[in-house]
Design a protein around this ligand. Structure first.
Ligand code: ASP
Length: 466
């Protein structure tokens, strides 16, 4: 007999079926044994009347939570009084006729039989594969998947194509430190992991694709601050020949349609999203991430807002120099170009952030497509001619071969799903996140590597300074 899923049993009343999955809970009432069986589709109640078969009774007696079992039995409708409205399969139960244990299980370090997760987060991370058995975690990852699927479909319908860009690459500045990968074949040389696919997506525009997107993994080696992850996912996209407002319209439509496709009418989204100037927002709300919800206790209210017209540069007190507010590729306002030499901190940029409920969920910009202007911006950022050449020379070369006007955005997928699922942090919506201090407690990373590998990578470990 072919195994079916718990959910499919709803439509098989009166039939013999085969089910397999994990023992969620087991309880005895008088002589009757009840087991809640869990599989990828949900939970279903199994019942066993001990008198019916001694052999099966002893198997069921030995079964414990998280054992994997396979059962055959008959699907019965439950009497009205016993219907469980909290369970999708609550109208039926399966009367067990045969049962075998497929895998036994140690007692898990925390309970899995309900949605509440009382365990310490470090323990949950160490046993993430058990933590992911919780319904809440499964629901989070399913919602994430559904959102990505709908974003993909939307972008496909608008003639975008998804293109993968490399992870072993050269640095691209997005304001964080880079992860470095020593090259074995080229001693003393390094790849870096991308902070974002920024230069690649711009080069794809120069290549003439006009509409690119990618569900992109990005890597940033930041000191552990706030709710961040060393690797995270962006919905990264870039378009050619669109004005700033046209890009914002497109993203807005994508967000509203995708959320509606996943959550139906449950989520309340006010449209159109307001488009506010960064300077006004700062003055009014004292932050550039204002929370514009009417009712902050309503878990379904989503108040998106565009913040635009950021200054192109800002003065960094820590670095004691002018830095790019977004990244150095952002297009200044045409009418502010004369200020580049006179008063660069006054130059406004075609940069926009998307904020939702007080969280930044995306940021993007129109880009510079004139190589001379790009060089000028690098110079204002304090880069010497040789530095521009070694860091960006090859990128800039492409702009001499016909660059279209272009711009784009990257949405922080983890943060967006966190807000949609009403979770307190992004670790709850990532299958295998790092801890807040950057460790993988399940597989144990970062870790030492054998001396032979260190030698092959042509590096020396010097722990004196740390
Ligand atoms: N690359 C930018 C970032 O990661 C996003 C963009 O400008 O499209 O923030």
């Amino acid at each position: 007999m072919k195994r079916i899923l718990a959910k499919q049993a709803i439509k098989r009343v009166g039939e013999e079926v085969k089910l397999a999955g994990w023992v969620n809970t087991k309880r005895k009432m008088g002589k009757i044994i009840f087991i809640d069986l869990r599989d990828a589709s949900g939970i279903i109640q199994l019942v066993f009347l001990p008198e019916s078969n001694k052999e099966i009774e002893s198997v069921l007696e030995s079964v414990k939570p998280e054992y994997v079992i396979e059962v055959q039995g008959k699907v019965n409708s439950r009497p009205k009084s016993q219907i469980n409205p909290n369970l999708e399969t609550g109208g039926v139960e399966v009367e067990v006729k045969d049962c075998k244990i497929i895998s036994s299980s140690f007692t898990p370090p925390f309970t899995i039989d309900n949605e509440i997760i009382p365990a310490r987060e470090e323990l949950r991370m160490e046993y993430r594969y058990l933590d992911l058995r919780h319904k809440r975690m499964k629901d989070n990852l399913k919602a994430r998947y559904e959102l990505i699927k709908n974003i993909r479909e939307f972008l496909d319908s608008k003639n975008f194509i998804e293109i993968e860009t490399p992870c072993l690459t050269k640095g691209t500045p997005e304001g964080a430190r880079e992860y470095i990968i020593p090259s074995r074949i080229y001693p003393g040389k390094f790849y870096v992991l991308p902070q974002a696919p920024q230069q690649f997506k711009q080069l794809l525009m120069i290549a003439g694709f006009e509409r690119y997107f990618q569900i992109a993994r990005c890597f940033r080696d930041e000191d552990t601050r706030g709710d961040r992850q060393p690797e995270f996912t962006q919905v990264d996209l870039e378009v050619s020949f669109l004005e700033e407002d046209e890009i914002l319209d497109l993203i807005e439509e994508m967000i509203v349609k995708s959320i509606k496709a996943v959550y139906g009418d449950k989520k309340k989204i006010k449209t159109p999203f307001p488009r506010l100037k960064a300077s006004d927002v700062l003055k009014k709300y004292k932050t550039d991430k204002p929370d514009l919800r009417k009712d902050k206790n309503d878990p379904n209210e989503l108040a998106f807002v565009w913040i635009k017209e950021f200054p192109l540069f800002e003065y960094s007190e820590t670095e004691k120099k002018i830095v790019a507010t977004h990244n150095p590729f952002t297009m200044p306002f045409q009418e502010d170009l004369p200020l580049l030499d006179k008063d660069p901190l006054k130059v406004r940029a075609h940069q926009y952030d998307l904020v939702c409920n007080g969280f930044e969920v995306g940021g993007g910009a129109l880009r510079i497509y004139n190589p001379e202007l790009q060089k000028k911006v690098f110079t204002i950022l304090g880069l010497k001619e040789e530095e521009i050449d070694s860091k960006f020379g090859r990128f800039l070369k492409a702009f001499d071969y016909g660059a279209p006007p272009h711009g784009g955005i990257a949405l922080g997928l983890d943060r967006l799903v966190m807000i949609l699922q009403n979770e307190p942090n992004i670790r709850e919506v990532i299958a295998f996140p790092k801890t807040a201090d950057g460790r993988d407690l399940m597989l144990g990373a970062p870790d030492k590597i054998p001396p032979s590998q260190i030698k092959e990578a042509h590096i020396k470990i010097d722990l004196k300074e740390s």
